[in-house]
Design a protein around this ligand. Sequence first.
Ligand SMILES: Nc1ncnc2c1ncn2[C@@H]1O[C@H](COP(=O)(O)OP(=O)(O)O)[C@@H](O)[C@H]1O
Ligand SMILES: O=C(O)C1=C[C@@H](OP(=O)(O)O)[C@@H](O)[C@H](O)C1
Ligand SMILES: [Mg+2]
Length: 172
Amino acid sequence: MIIVLLGYMGCGKSTIGKELAKTLSFSFVDLDNYIEKKEAMSVTNIFKSKGEIYFRKKEHEYLKELTSNSDKLILSLGGGTPCYANNMRVLDREGINSIYLSVSVKELSKRLFNEKEERPLIANIETEEELQSFIGIHLFERSSFYSQARTVIKTDGLTIKNIVENIIGSLY
Ligand SMILES: Nc1ncnc2c1ncn2[C@@H]1O[C@H](COP(=O)(O)OP(=O)(O)O)[C@@H](O)[C@H]1O
Ligand SMILES: O=C(O)C1=C[C@@H](OP(=O)(O)O)[C@@H](O)[C@H](O)C1
Ligand SMILES: [Mg+2]
């Protein structure tokens, strides 16, 4: 089985994925880190020097690679992965369990304002209010992709441990 975590930037895909993998003794891959290793460049620098379209092409390619020959894997996607190149269709097969970690706009803005530098799509937004209004629109645009996941978990107010338990509970 492959468990795929998806959702907006800052929803906890990387953090929860790591914990979930430890708890289940699965291997863990963060798609952004995988791309960075394969391309020998940070996501920020890929966006800067090669552009977003190049990033989306590589993201699609590596998603197919990772999902075609893995088992007992937790795969944390990037926030945009479900929204490009028919990637939700790549995930729509037996053996892949996709989980959308849903978080409110307010909580996402709070978390991301402190961590926007390493996220090229929001790095230049100056105030938390502007960030909140950007996320409100962007999340609305992306929601139709995210909600194609097999399972949706609302995680506001939950600890990382709670969320891991909820995910494991949803598997049976
Ligand atoms: N359940 C949670 N409660 C509070 N903070 C969280 C939770 N999950 C993640 N975070 C924090 O939110 C930030 C973004 O998490 P991250 O795992 O990088 O998100 P993503 O990979 O989805 O962009 C990190 O600082 C992380 O520690
Ligand atoms: O939402 C997006 O389009 C992106 C999210 C990022 O991943 P995180 O969701 O882990 O921040 C990373 O893939 C890139 O900066 C683009
Ligand atoms: Mg991440």
